[in-house]
Design a protein around this ligand. Sequence first.
Ligand SMILES: Nc1ncnc2c1ncn2[C@@H]1O[C@H](COP(=O)(O)OP(=O)(O)OP(=O)(O)O)[C@@H](O)[C@H]1O
Ligand SMILES: [Mg+2]
Length: 238
Amino acid sequence: MRRLKNNGLSKERPLIVHGDPKSVGSEAFRTLRTNLRFVSPDQELKTILLTSVGPGDGKSTVSANLAVAFAQSGHKVALVGCDLRKPVLHKIFSMDNSVGLTALLTGNATIDEVIMSMEEVPDLDVIPSGPVPPNPAELLQSKAMANFIGELRERYDVVLFDGAPVIAVTDSAVMANQVDGTVLVIRAHEVPNDVAIHAKNLLEQANARLLGVVLNGVRPQDQKNYQYYYYYDSERAQ
Ligand SMILES: Nc1ncnc2c1ncn2[C@@H]1O[C@H](COP(=O)(O)OP(=O)(O)OP(=O)(O)O)[C@@H](O)[C@H]1O
Ligand SMILES: [Mg+2]
C-alpha cells in the first residue's frame, strides 16, 4: 500500500478554516458543517457533491474549507477532485497532480496510490483529480467511479466531491445521482436568479438530492438582508 504525503497547505490559496479558525469565515464553515449533519436525520448523508452554476463561484474553496471543518470535528474525511476539466485541489493542498482520480478510473493506479494523506490535517485525505482526460463525463459515470465511491463510503465518515459547474457541462449532473446529496454554491451578487433556478432545475432533472445553497462572498453589510429573507422564507414554509 502506497500512501503519499503532501508537502503542506498552499500559501497562495490559504484555507481560512485551517489558518484562521477563529474568524467569522471559519465560523460560517462550521455552521455549514453542522447544518449538513442535521439536514437529513433519517437518511444517510455521507457522500456530498459541491457544484455551482458557473465557473469560479467558489466550489473548490468551499469544499476544501468544509472538508477541513469536518476533519477538525473528528470525522474521517475524504475530499475528491472531480472537476476533471479544471484541477485545482492539488494547488490548494500543494500536491502533485500527476497521479489522481483519472489514473484510478483508467486503471493506471490503485486507490491507495491516489489517496494523499494530509500531514497538517490528520483526519483529512485528498484525492486530486489528476491530469485532464479527453472524456470526463464518461469517466465519472463509469463502473470504476461507482466502485470508488463505494470504497470511499466504507473507509470514511464524510466524502466531499469538488465538482464542475452544472450549467456548462454534464459532469456534475452525472455525479449528482451517485451521491447522497448535492450542495449548490452560488456567488452572491454575480449569479442572476433565473440562472440559479435553471441550475437547480438541471440538478433536479438529474435526480440530485439538493441539500441547499451556499451563498459565497456575502458582504458584511448584506448579512441583515439575508437573515431577513431566511426568516421570511421559513415563516412561509410553516
Ligand atoms: N468568498 C470568497 N472571497 C474571496 N475570494 C474568493 C471567495 N471564494 C472564492 N474566492 C476566490 O475566487 C476564485 C475562484 O474560486 P474557486 O476556485 O473556489 O471557484 P470554483 O467554483 O471552484 O472555480 P472553477 O469553476 O474554476 O472550478 C479563487 O481565486 C478563490 O480564491
Ligand atoms: Mg473548482
